[in-house]
Design a protein around this ligand. Structure first.
Ligand code: ADP
Ligand code: MG
Length: 231
């Protein structure tokens, strides 16, 4: 896995433990974990050009080593429908970030496709001091944050174990479809769990991984935010 090793080595060289979203999503792509289409823009004009290539609506997010939780500082702008909205959002984002930290180092802005809302799930990985790489799965939002409805497995996992993880959470009936929620593509989530397992087994430099959220559709899934922390 050439690109992944390069990205990790480069971050280490720069003394960074947190990978940028662009880097984390590039690693995901190498492991066949589906992510939103994205590209890094270095200025406003580039952001517009990339948005036009990707197709509207788009999302802009700040890429900076000084900002971990992007939405906390006004570093996420959703549902931008045309070039004018992209320009306005770009300017506003730079102001927001400077207000938060005057001398924040800014790498650029990640421009990405806006994933339509759907069932949100979370796939995570941590390195347990005793058991090594361990995978986590749960439904997004309140299910994880308040109800702690999550399940864990020590990596590597088999396909059967990945399927068990889906069925184990209390919110499983929601995955099967409920009222206005369409049934989720279980096969797509299973694949993401297996590929994440492969990634953390092959790269033990990864201390924490967080695909949060992943939008799951009736057909397919898309990782909207990816965070990777190195040891
Ligand atoms: P943070 O660093 O604050 O976690 P995120 O990238 O997770 O930033 O963005 C915050 C929220 O914005 C996400 O939880 C998700 O609901 C929404 N979001 C982010 N990117 C997209 C996208 N490409 N498509 C749709 N929704 C998105
Ligand atoms: Mg997030």
């Amino acid at each position: 896995m050439k690109q992944t090793s390069q990205i990790i080595a480069n971050a280490a060289k720069e003394g960074r433990k947190h990978l940028y979203e662009t880097e984390a999503k590039t690693i995901c792509m190498e492991y066949n974990i589906p992510v939103t289409k994205f590209e890094l823009a270095k200025n406003e004009d580039e952001a517009v050009k990339i948005a036009e290539e990707i197709g509207f609506p788009v999302v802009l997010k700040i890429v900076s080593p000084d900002i971990i939780h992007k939405s906390d500082v006004g570093g996420v702008m959703l549902n931008l429908k045309d070039a004018k909205e992209v320009k306005t959002a770009y300017k506003r984002m730079m102001e927001n970030v400077k207000k938060h930290k005057k001398d924040a180092k800014i790498i650029g802005v990640i421009v990405q496709e806006m994933a339509p809302p759907s069932t949100e799930v979370i796939v995570g990985a941590i390195k347990d001091p005793q058991f090594g790489p361990t995978l986590m799965f749960g439904l997004g939002g309140v299910f994880v944050e308040i109800l702690k409805d999550v399940t864990f497995r020590i990596a590597p996992i088999t396909k059967d174990e990945a399927r068990e993880m889906l069925m184990e959470i209390k919110a499983y009936p929601l995955l099967k479809g409920y009222r206005n929620l369409p049934p989720a593509d279980m096969e797509a989530i299973t694949k993401i769990l297996l590929n994440t397992s492969k990634l953390v087994m092959e790269h033990t430099e990864i201390k924490e991984l967080d695909l949060n959220p992943i939008m799951v559709y009736e057909k397919g899934a898309k990782t909207v935010d990816a965070r990777i922390i190195l040891e």
